[in-house]
Unconditional design. Structure first.
Length: 366
């Protein structure tokens, strides 16, 4: 037994030559076990049935026991799992083979070598049919596996192509945003800063991963619709007349249309469309109020307004940080969502936005 275990361990850890040695060893040991059991059982008219079955069981125990141990050592699977998954179902077959073996032994006693020939031919034919069937099945499995691997490779290529398209589309939109920001030198980098502030507020309000991603895109592209606003209206330093005002306020719906064409950014469009809605219903384009306004849009409105307040604009100088906070508090609950204002105040107080505000100060001063 010790020798058998050594052979098992040796075979499991070495190459194919050792596996062949192991296989021969297993067959020899299994045969010795089956033959020994059969030889020690008492004879009798039908004793070969029980004797053959017990011999088959002994052969099975040694053969499958060693094979399972070898596989468990080689794959680090649990012995019991390996046995159940691969070999447990073979037990009735080995009992049957044992009984057939017993019949052959009885026939040999009566008719000699001729009996072996008579039994051997059908058994060999059955075995050949089994092997053909197994080979055919293995070939089918191999082809199916290759087909599955091909599909998996194609899926991976499609995933990469899709990601590339998304990246390129996002880069194109970012370039457009840069153009929009660059048209008004006072607000250069505005969209990037609003993105940083809005995502920070979103995290503070415990938005989940997909919501934060949509908010991030919405913040970056929130004013992309301004590409449709003429320079003489967008950069006008005096008050806008009614017609000009309608042109400007169209930018949120125009932005929704532009970004809506990019399917993967569809979740960002509600926040873009509604980023000028007021909490009390006084905003545009749909006059939504309170919780009717998507949370991304409420966050975006506060972040957009805050960055505008602390940046020089064509129509006014930048407010100080304290003045901007006071303005947000004054309009909290009317123009701004109170939760979003509170979250922004908390972020400012903790210094979490220091990197954005520092950049802001230098760009405003420039
Ligand atoms: Fe806007």
């Amino acid at each position: 037994m010790a020798l058998a275990v050594c052979v098992v361990d040796w075979s499991a850890r070495r190459g194919k030559v050792y596996q062949a040695v192991f296989n021969v060893g297993v067959i020899v040991l299994s045969t010795i076990a089956g033959a020994t059991v059969y030889a020690f059982l008492p004879g009798g008219a039908w004793a070969f049935v029980a004797g053959g079955a017990l011999a088959g069981a002994s052969y099975y125990a040694v053969n499958i026991g060693l094979l399972t141990t070898a596989i468990a050592l080689e794959t680090t699977e649990r012995w019991r799992d390996t046995f159940r998954a691969r070999f447990a179902w073979l037990f009735p077959h080995y009992l049957l083979y044992g009984v057939v073996g017993g019949m052959v032994a009885v026939a040999y006693d009566v008719a000699g070598v001729l009996a072996l020939f008579v039994f051997a031919v059908p058994l060999i034919l059955v075995r050949k049919a089994q092997l053909d069937y197994i080979n055919h099945t293995e070939e089918s499995v191999r082809r199916l596996r290759e087909a599955a691997e091909t599909i998996e490779r194609q899926n991976e290529s499609l995933r990469r192509a899709n990601q590339l398209l998304r990246d390129r589309a996002t880069e194109a939109m970012e370039s457009l945003v840069a153009v929009v920001d660059a048209r008004d030198t006072y607000t250069a980098g505005h969209s990037r800063r609003v993105q940083g502030i809005a995502v920070a507020i979103g995290r503070e309000l415990a938005l989940d991963g997909p919501e934060l991603e949509s908010l991030s895109f919405a913040a970056l592209f929130h004013d992309i619709g301004k590409v449709a606003v003429p320079d003489d209206v967008l950069l006008k330093s005096g008050p806008l007349d009614d017609t000009e005002w309608w042109i400007v306020r169209e930018h949120s719906e125009e932005g929704e249309r532009i970004i809506g064409h990019l399917g993967f950014l569809a979740d960002a469009t509600p926040a873009i469309r509604h980023h000028h809605e007021h909490f009390d219903g006084g905003g545009y384009p749909d006059g939504l109020r309170g919780q009717e306004i998507p949370v991304g849009a409420r966050i975006l409105h506060v972040a957009d307004a805050f960055d505008s307040m602390i940046t020089n604009r064509v129509y006014r100088q930048a407010l100080s940080l304290d003045e901007a906070i006071a303005e947000l508090r004054r309009a909290s609950g009317s123009q701004f969502c109170p939760s979003c204002v509170a979250a922004l105040e908390k972020l400012i107080a903790s210094g979490a936005l220091a990197h954005i505000l520092d950049v802001n100060s230098s760009s405003a001063a420039a």
